[in-house]
Design a protein around this ligand. Structure first.
Ligand code: 13P
Length: 330
């Protein structure tokens, strides 16, 4: 029997997921784009020219802005909407979502103000349904071109995580499962903040040693934060932790790394964000994680310096000095 998956969102990751799923002939895929013109352009041009140019969307992918048609008969939903728009988008969609279909989230952020993870927002708005987080080193630009990649499907519902594993697995896309949904989601949000710091290193021309040290100490503070919120420390040693941290910190495509690089070169945050088509989740995540860590007394030195550069006008050079001259550690 054919499985139908409906993807909510029409960004680069939504497009890449549609391409991954059409590699399974027994599955059908529909992308729901909120903006009718964007849906029409993608459907006619068979390309997401705005957010994933140069990649052909297979004819088998249906693209529509008609929500009831997109949802009709769907067995699974994929949520691929940036965190800052997630709540309002789901609230608009919720009245149409009567059946309790499982949700796969590819969102990597934390909601400003509420500190909620994507699966918590999904649960709150769509009701208590099973959620799987699909996360790991997975730049849309690469997986859409079928370059080999490996990710993790995380859920408290292990049988569902296994089904998602088999839905996505191909010779070019290897999926592991992990029951630690909290850890996998937090890792996805936390690594974006460290990637901004890595970008700052690049912008200041600091070289490989500085960036390696930053990534190594970055995973330490990511793990410390995660464990304080109920995650397993081993998750941070896996694909969603160190794996995604490496990709996000070194990649030329990295949106969060790019924000940092431009900050390091002296541009203002407003100018950088105003010129970007895609959302760099790390900017809002830095605020949420800094505030939560500060309230709960969790030591997050890199995140604190990224926060100060982003929101308190601290210079990137001064932030570096503050990190280097912290009291000595064992
Ligand atoms: P960046 O664009 O910041 O690298 O984030 C994408 C991502 O999460 C890759 O796994």
């Amino acid at each position: 029997m054919s499985i139908k998956t409906t993807i909510l969102g029409s960004g680069a990751m939504a497009t890449a997921c549609s391409i991954l799923l059409t590699d399974h002939p027994d599955q059908s895929v529909t992308i729901w784009a909120r903006n009718p013109e964007h849906a029409r352009n993608m459907s006619e041009q068979r390309e997401n020219r705005r957010l994933l140019p140069g990649v052909t969307i297979p004819d088998a992918v249906e693209i529509t802005s008609d929500l009831p048609a997109a949802l009709d008969g769907a067995d699974y939903l994929i949520v691929a909407i940036p965190t800052e728009f997630l709540r309002e988008s789901l609230e608009a969609i919720a009245p149409e979502l009567k059946e309790n279909r499982p949700v796969i989230s590819v969102v990597k952020g934390l909601e400003t103000g509420t500190f909620q993870r994507p699966s918590q927002i999904i649960g709150e708005i769509l009701g208590n349904r099973a959620v799987v987080a699909l996360s790991g080193p997975s730049h849309a630009e690469e997986i859409a071109r079928r370059l080999p990649a490996s990710v993790v499907a995380a859920s408290g519902d292990v049988a569902l995580a296994r089904r998602v594993q088999s839905m996505f697995s191909t010779d070019r896309f290897r999926v592991y499962t992990n029951p630690d949904l909290i850890g996998v989601e937090l890792a996805g949000a936390l690594k974006n903040v460290i990637a901004i710091a890595a970008g700052i290193c690049d912008g200041l021309g600091f070289g490989d040693n500085a960036k390696s040290a930053l990534m190594t100490r970055g995973i330490v503070e990511m793990s410390r934060f995660g464990v304080s919120q109920g995650a397993e420390s081993t998750t941070f040693a896996g694909l969603a932790g160190i794996g995604d941290l490496i990709t996000t910190c070194i990649s030329p495509f990295g949106r969060n790394r790019m924000v940092g690089e431009r900050l390091g070169k002296g541009e203002t945050l407003d100018a950088i964000l105003g010129s970007m088509e895609a959302v760099a989740e790390g900017v809002n995540a830095a605020r949420s994680i800094y505030e939560l860590a500060d309230n709960q007394g969790i030591d997050m030195p890199i995140t604190a310096e990224v926060y100060a550069v982003l929101f308190e006008d601290k210079s990137a050079v001064e932030a570096t000095t503050s990190l280097m001259l912290r009291p000595p550690k064992m």
